[in-house]
Write a protein that binds this ligand. Sequence first.
Ligand code: SF4
Length: 334
Amino acid sequence: MSYKSTYTTLPYPWMSQSRYKKFVGCPYQFKRMEIDGYNPEESKKTMRQGTVLHDYFYMFFDNVDFDYLWDLGTDRDKIRFYFLTVLRGLVPVEKITDQHFIRNFKAFAKFELDHYLNLRHTLIHKIKVRLAWWCPPSRREIFTTNDTHMMCGTVDRILVEGTKRIIMDYKTGTSVPKAVRDEAESADPLIRAKKYTSATISIYTVQATFYAIIDAYIQGFHFAYDSYDKNGDAKWEFYRGDKKLSIGNYYEYIFLWTGFGGSKRPVYFMAYKKVHIKSVRAILNRLPKIRATEDWKRKPNIRRCDWCPIYHIECKDKIQQFKLFNGDVRFELY
Ligand code: SF4
């Protein structure tokens, strides 16, 4: 129980994926929170809970006895019970009744079970399975930086499959997006089984691409351009030395949601996708534009921030509405 993850970041103009997304969502929100340092209590609470779960998922691998696991063979029930025992052993007794933790543990154990059995089936040899499944500290909760583009961030986990690196992010605090649920539930089981029973869904592209860019430099790749598109933006390409490569052959990403399904059985959902060079270009071209910004204009967002004193009239979802006596609805204006 010695490991404790902490939220690490570097001050602006270093850019993390969340800062980047905040800017794209609303430059005013970005200015208030990232430059002026305003931090509403609500977001701190959600982050704390997620951080604790991430700690347990991190420690899980240090507490699994792989020789013992291997000797359990392919008995699903025995392996699931073993994983749950490991996870429960990490939690202080008073927490063991916390439903949020328990449901995340159960679904995480199920995911690791499927992942392990899939690797055991395809890789067969014990050493190969151990290397692919067991996640060493160098591939967990890694705070990474990139000096060239001044980017930073923490990757929850990196899976390695041959020459491919899969950026993995645990979603412990948010509910599963409907698009992810729908696609996962309707996916052909044979296709899903190929990739640890996952579904392929195009969401969270920015987050995954951000980490892939940083990790690519650490692994000896780089990005460069020698031409521009019709908008005047640089056409970045992915290189090792002088050799231009396809980034999708080297980087993929997975988002993992853990929790209960409607049946109350533990389920996990995954969004899985290859990293695309167009997403890389969008990020690398926008970073210098963000840093050059001086006009922190408000932008309509899908939800209004409760703390914002001068919200945009179109940040509608959370705008307070007053019903007048004559039945009319009046929106609170700024
Ligand atoms: S309420 Fe709207 S304008 Fe205000 S910070 Fe949030 S997104 Fe921006």
